[in-house]
Write a protein that binds this ligand. Sequence first.
Ligand SMILES: CC(C)(COP(=O)(O)OP(=O)(O)OC[C@H]1O[C@@H](n2cnc3c(N)ncnc32)[C@H](O)[C@@H]1OP(=O)(O)O)[C@@H](O)C(=O)NCCC(=O)NCCS
Length: 217
Amino acid sequence: MGARWALGGRGSARRYCRSATRPRLTSSNYVAHMDTDGLRTERLRLRRWDGNDRSPFADLNSDPLVMEYLPSILTRAESDAFVDRIEQHFDEHDYGLWAVELTETDEFVGFVGLRSVTFDAPFTPATEVGWRLARQFWGSGLAPEAAQAAIADGFQRLGLTEIVSFTSVINLKSRRVMEKLEMTQNDEDNFDHPAVVEGHPLRAHVLYRLASPTIAR
Ligand SMILES: CC(C)(COP(=O)(O)OP(=O)(O)OC[C@H]1O[C@@H](n2cnc3c(N)ncnc32)[C@H](O)[C@@H]1OP(=O)(O)O)[C@@H](O)C(=O)NCCC(=O)NCCS
């Protein structure tokens, strides 16, 4: 039986599940359920990866619309190698990009989770929250719902003081998720991603920050 935990008075887990309309996501009502093998939200399971995830993950990584704001679509081998790196990150850090599935249907949706930023920038060292969902699951608030749980885990279990997120300036869908999570953006934090060549439209990036509620008070 896994532990259950929640943060903040206004957003008890019970009230969140019962609510007819989903409450606004704020840093004071982040809630999550933690099992021994991952996190649960109202509609989703966030768990470690298994072999069955690789095929649907390769499918979404080969979808040009999903990959529109990423450097390129991935081959099956590149997609599998990415899963290997994600699992290695979990082994090394005890957190990572979770495989996300719909509780109701067990369908693989994509990934959402935390990872350590690997490049040097004015805001590093840092832990980022990131997401990538298959196109058929867009538009229902699944990414912010899963991210809320991953962030709560980061602040509560891992004791992080700040979580960041970044994307190319023109990726408005991803920026919208950051805004729904009430992350804050300041133009002074804008940066050019070092892995993107100069002149490329995806090089200019925005940074969003979220402080742990325990230090933000
Ligand atoms: C970014 C992403 C994770 C959002 O996931 P999601 O579960 O659809 O998130 P939401 O439902 O909260 O939608 C966020 C915004 O995306 C846009 N959006 C959602 N569904 C869309 C669709 N089918 N077509 C176009 N835009 C859409 C809307 O602007 C929406 O904001 P709104 O709810 O205020 O209208 C998803 O679009 C995705 O996986 N994109 C590709 C991968 C990616 O860019 N990852 C980030 C790299 S930094």
